[in-house]
Design a protein around this ligand. Structure first.
Ligand code: IPM
Ligand code: MG
Length: 363
């Protein structure tokens, strides 16, 4: 297969981990006789510095021409100013919107050999393997109005708007049910229907959709309860589907369960298809730009490498190749390979971890 992949390295450790994942993709292309071509473009703080925009038009054009996009991370203290006109994170929100990436998939799987690194007791981690399906282009992140108003008394009122259209709710729920059919057939729809109107719309659509998927069991879970259950009995979940802000919060909580945020990948899929008839997805690790360790060459590349595996599976239909990466990561961890986020002693550098994984990729 011929495929073109855009790399958006971004800020902080973003370029380091995306470089590692690119190496893995090149190795896969070689091992499985594919031709992958790569290009790079700017997003986030580095884009603001170079062009004044967190997502320049050239990056949108490059993304629209690619079969899939691999992103590192955006943001950093240099651009952290609540009053700034543009922020690195705006680039991320803009590319999600520009490509119509309404579905964010965040798989969470506990590796038994990393149980020591989790804040949870090891026995709670047995069989933890769930998928969070987060709505990504609606809700509080994008609802209008979103502004500050000066009141008559001279004070300031800030407003964000929580708005969901029925079609936005339907398409994300549908994807969650479809994905559940290929898994353990259990959907937990997370809402706040005891308080929020958007959640009541969400819950009605979830119940109605469950009738179209008789093999799938649906449970409604209030978001506060879901946050609690994620730490008390995470193994009970299969597919969790939820709106944008709840999904943002719950996925950080979920990410630390398995020992390190550095391990987890994500895929954002949407309305556009690529030249191969698959979604033109955006793939990125869950972790941020980690400015404290940027440039040191010690970031854990696994989250990005597993994101590259998701890219192969979802945007190129290359399931065996994706599994080859996932198996290699698992084998490296089983063999004791650890970056600094997972061990105090004998930590591997980003490069060493990547080489360990590369050496374990089997066709
Ligand atoms: C995430 C991040 C982003 C979000 C930030 C960086 C805008 O936290 O992808 O979860 O809130 O969606
Ligand atoms: Mg987040």
């Amino acid at each position: 297969m011929n495929a073109h992949i855009l790399i958006l390295g971004g800020d902080g450790v973003g370029p380091e981990v995306s470089h590692a994942a690119k190496q893995v993709l090149e190795h896969i292309a070689h091992t499985f006789s594919h031709t992958f071509s790569f290009s790079e473009a700017l997003i986030g703080g580095c884009a603001i510095d170079a062009t004044g925009s967190a997502l320049p038009q050239a990056s949108i054009d490059a993304a629209s021409a690619a079969d899939a996009i691999l992103l590192g991370a955006v943001g950093g203290p240099k651009w952290d100013n609540t009053k700034a006109a543009t922020r690195p994170e705006d680039g991320l929100l803009a590319i999600r919107k520009a490509l119509g990436l309404y579905a964010n998939l965040r798989p969470v799987k506990a590796y038994p050999e990393l149980a020591y690194a989790s804040p949870l007791r090891p026995e709670l981690l047995t069989n933890v393997d769930f998928l969070v399906v987060r709505e990504l282009t609606g809700g509080l992140y994008f609802g209008q109005p979103k502004e500050r108003r000066t009141r008559a008394d001279g004070g300031i009122t800030a407003v964000d708007t929580l708005e969901y259209h029925d079609y936005e709710v339907q398409r994300i729920l549908q994807l969650a049910f479809q994905l559940a059919e290929g898994r353990r057939k259990n959907v937990s729809s997370v809402d706040k229907a005891n308080v929020l109107e958007t959640s009541r719309l969400w819950r009605e659509h979830a119940s109605a959709m469950a009738k179209d998927y008789p093999a799938v069991t649906l449970q409604h879970v209030l978001v506060d309860t879901a946050a609690m259950r994620l730490v008390m009995s995470p193994a009970q979940f299969d597919v969790l589907v939820t709106e944008n802000t709840f999904g943002d919060i719950l996925t950080d909580e979920a990410a630390v369960l398995v020992g390190s945020m550095g391990l987890l990948p994500s895929a954002s899929l949407g309305t556009q298809t690529n030249a191969h008839g698959f979604p033109r997805g955006l793939y990125e690790p869950i972790h941020g730009s980690a400015p404290d360790i940027a440039g040191k060459g010690i970031a854990n590349p696994i989250g990005t490498i597993l994101s590259a595996a998701m890219l192969l599976r979802h945007s190129l239909g290359l399931n065996n190749e994706a599994s080859a990466i996932e198996n290699a990561v698992q084998a490296a961890l089983q063999a004791g390979a650890r970056t600094a986020d997972l061990t105090k002693e004998n930590a591997l550098s980003t490069k060493e971890m990547t080489e360990k994984i590369l050496a374990l990729v089997r066709a």
